[in-house]
Design a protein around this ligand. Structure first.
Ligand SMILES: Cc1ncc(COP(=O)(O)O)c(C=O)c1O
Length: 416
């Protein structure tokens, strides 16, 4: 079969495909599996009970059910949901939004291609612009969406602050961080996948001001952040203005299966998303919005985040940290300060093998984690750190997480 140039991006190795394949592989591998890879959120029984109840009300109402499954929605997404979210954002944060600032997508992953290729690549004046990632490591799911021949991301190396208790924290290096005509937008995930870092309010304020000065948008991926699912264990103030493109998702609340992403942005950007939806999928799914709108309207979503989701992940996090302390006491390990999301980012300084090799070895033992290298879009030849970290998803059952971490400790110990 002969394929066009366009198809090459779907026929070569990609970090995102690898990640999702590993998830699938883990479910089909024989023997005990320790799934600490992927980004799947946990099944939180109380949250699922609420969602089942909401779904019961929908299926019990022929009109609501009929509309949900039997009618295309508007290409910009369900108006009831967009109105309910508008009310929440205005009430909770006093953001000046209207439904015209909100569009629904089939998962936030599905809008990255549109947004990044709209602000990077070739411009009418002949210039080529990039998306600046001011703090890498950054979410691997961004990197494969570029349509331009040249790379569309420029990743800046994080500064490392060493902290007590064998922790560390990444910091944006603002030295020489000048936004110029070669930049089309700046993007951060906050909390950050893979590290659990929450970029501080002061760093965000500086990035926001720099974007304003350069007249380019700041894209903030809040898939784990505020207002939902609220997987943040530190002080962090969310913000939005018309120069901000905020990406939200229902996935990490416990709904990755129904694929609902949300874009909060200037109407000009929302129109792009609307047209992208119409052209590529006619309309986004009605399922997520229909399920969650009543929770938004009743103000229940906030208590789900505050009383169920955040405490659940806090317990999981404390457990994983405890296991690390007990199983890795003798190893040169540092943990990135866990401030949000559902990952621990472990740094084995001086590890004699790369964590890509470690990852393969662990996978053969049925332990799935992610190595650090794919999270750096611009690997620097002289920065060993890029090959010394792994990402551990701690959302799974505690026994599995404990055993998995113990196996990681054993494998790492054998290298020193
Ligand atoms: C930082 C980040 N952004 C976006 C996504 C994509 O989420 P969605 O399920 O809404 O496509 C993920 C998924 O893991 C993520 O980790």
């Amino acid at each position: 079969m002969q394929f066009s140039d366009f198809s090459s991006r779907y026929r070569q190795n990609s970090g995102t495909v690898q990640l999702m394949e590993d998830l699938g592989r883990a479910t089909s591998t024989r023997g005990p599996i320790h799934q600490l890879g992927g980004g799947n959120p946990a099944h939180i029984p109380e949250v699922e009970a609420l969602l089942r109840e909401s779904m019961g009300e929908i299926t019990g109402d022929p009109e609501v059910f009929g509309r949900m499954v039997g009618e295309y929605d508007a290409p910009e997404g369900n108006l009831g949901f967009r109105q309910a979210l508008t009310d929440m954002l205005r009430e909770q944060f006093a953001w000046p939004v209207t439904p015209d600032n909100i569009a629904i997508t089939n998962g936030s992953q599905s809008s990255f291609g549109l947004l990044f290729n709209s602000f990077a690549g070739r411009f009418p004046d002949g210039s080529h612009r990039k998306i600046l990632l001011p703090l890498t490591p950054e979410y691997v799911g961004y990197f494969d969406v570029g349509l331009a021949e040249q790379p569309i991301f420029e990743g800046r190396r994080a500064e490392i602050d060493l902290l007590p208790d064998r922790q560390f924290k990444y910091r944006v290096n603002f030295d020489g961080l000048e936004l110029g005509p070669e930049h089309g937008a700046v993007c951060v995930s906050r909390p950050t996948n893979p590290t659990g870092n929450v970029i501080t309010d002061a760093e965000m304020a500086q990035l926001r001001a720099a974007c304003k000065r350069a007249d380019i948008p700041l894209i903030v991926d809040g898939a784990y952040g505020l207002p939902f699912p609220g997987m943040i264990f530190t002080e962090a103030t969310p913000f939005w203005d018309t120069n901000t493109i905020l990406l939200l998702s229902l996935s990490k609340l416990g709904l990755p299966g129904i694929r609902t992403g949300i874009v909060v942005a200037d109407p000009e950007v929302i129109r792009l998303v609307r047209n992208h939806n119409a052209i590529n999928s006619l309309a986004p799914s009605r399922l997520g919005p229909t399920l969650v709108t009543p929770l938004l309207q009743k103000g229940q979503l906030q208590s789900v985040c505050d009383e169920l989701v955040r405490p659940f992940y806090r317990r999981k996090l404390d457990h994983a940290l405890d296991v690390i302390e007990h199983t890795m006491a003798d190893l040169p390990v540092r943990v990135h300060k866990p401030e949000g999301a559902l990952f621990l980012w472990l740094w084995f300084e001086g590890l004699p093998v790369t964590t890509t090799e470690l990852y393969r070895e662990l996978m053969d033992q049925g332990v799935f984690v992610l190595p650090s290298r794919p999270f750096f879009p611009d690997p620097a030849a002289d920065w060993r750190h890029q090959d010394e970290c792994i990402r551990v998803n701690y959302a799974g059952p505690e026994a599995m997480v404990s055993e998995g971490i113990a196996l990681i400790a054993e494998a790492v110990r054998s290298k020193f």
